[in-house]
Design a binder for this molecule. Structure first.
Ligand code: ADP
Ligand code: MG
Ligand code: MG
Length: 252
């Protein structure tokens, strides 16, 4: 589904990603961990196509297509979903209208008519139950007056509504209490299928107790310096990241 080859990316002329490699297949959940400033959010932003980032080398192939140069909205329509680390508020746009626009833009891209109203409302109902969202939260202005936990649940609600092929969650767990964490994890676990994939960026191992990843990668200085299974996350929790400096001397 996704192949990242020797990716180099910069912002403001500063190189952040320095030869990142990653392969994600359908049905897989990959966790990316790493210390602050290692380039986790940059990786997510570059995948989503945020224009501030410049790809200076390497390639990103998504479903056989090179993403370098593809506009962010087309990437979204192709099935890439990025849940932001700090979800934005948009006054005057209800959550539901935002989603209706997003769903129908994706359909239009694939040459489909807008989703019939009844089907859309049924989907809203089904998916809001998944994240335990009240009608009030679904109808309110996008994220306006939402608590931190409600915003995070809203990200999963949006994800559920848009049914992306590749969902990238950037620190969706930061600042969540245990109940909200469980709701978020339950949402993700229910949405996992053999056809989609997740990249879960997290600073802590805690989320991975609830969402079991197939692979765990450590990003350090703009490269993946170590990959393993979920046991690697436990090891990182225990030892921190400093030991990787010596293990990955060639990289630094
Ligand atoms: P992480 O998510 O792993 O904590 P980031 O990808 O946010 O790391 O940041 C990686 C590096 O890029 C950091 O050194 C950060 O200061 C730098 N960086 C991020 N955004 C910008 C920006 N807009 N301008 C300059 N440097 C940036
Ligand atoms: Mg950070
Ligand atoms: Mg970050």
């Amino acid at each position: 589904m996704l192949t990242i080859n020797n990716l180099h990316a910069s912002i403001d002329g500063k190189e952040i990603l320095r030869g990142l490699n990653l392969q994600v297949n359908p049905g897989e959940v990959h966790a990316i961990m790493g210390p602050n400033g290692s380039g986790k959010s940059t990786t997510a932003s570059v995948l989503a196509g945020k224009p501030e980032y410049e790809i200076t080398g390497g390639e990103i192939i998504f479903q056989g297509e090179n993403l370098n140069g593809m506009a962010p909205e087309n990437r979204a329509a192709e099935g890439i979903f990025l849940a932001f680390q700090y979800p934005v508020e948009i006054k005057g746009v209800s959550n539901i209208n935002f989603l209706k626009t997003a769903v129908n833009e994706i359909r239009a891209y694939h040459g489909l008519e807008p989703m019939p109203a009844k089907e859309f409302l049924n989907r809203i109902k089904e998916k809001q139950e998944l994240v335990q969202f009240s009608n009030d939260l679904a109808k309110r202005s996008l994220n306006e007056g939402f608590s931190g936990g409600e915003k995070k649940r809203n990200e999963i609600f949006q994800l559920a509504m848009l049914e992306p092929k590749l969902a990238i969650l950037d620190e969706t767990d930061s600042g969540l209490d245990i109940d909200a964490l469980r709701i978020v994890a339950h949402g993700v676990n229910s949405l996992r299928s053999k056809d989609n994939a997740f990249i879960i960026i997290t600073h802590y191992q805690r989320l991975l107790e609830y969402i079991e990843p197939d692979f765990v990668h450590v990003l350090y200085n703009g490269r993946i310096v170590k990959s393993g299974t979920k046991e690697l996350a436990l090891e990182l929790e225990e030892k921190g990241y400093d030991w990787l400096k010596s293990e990955s001397r060639d990289y630094i």
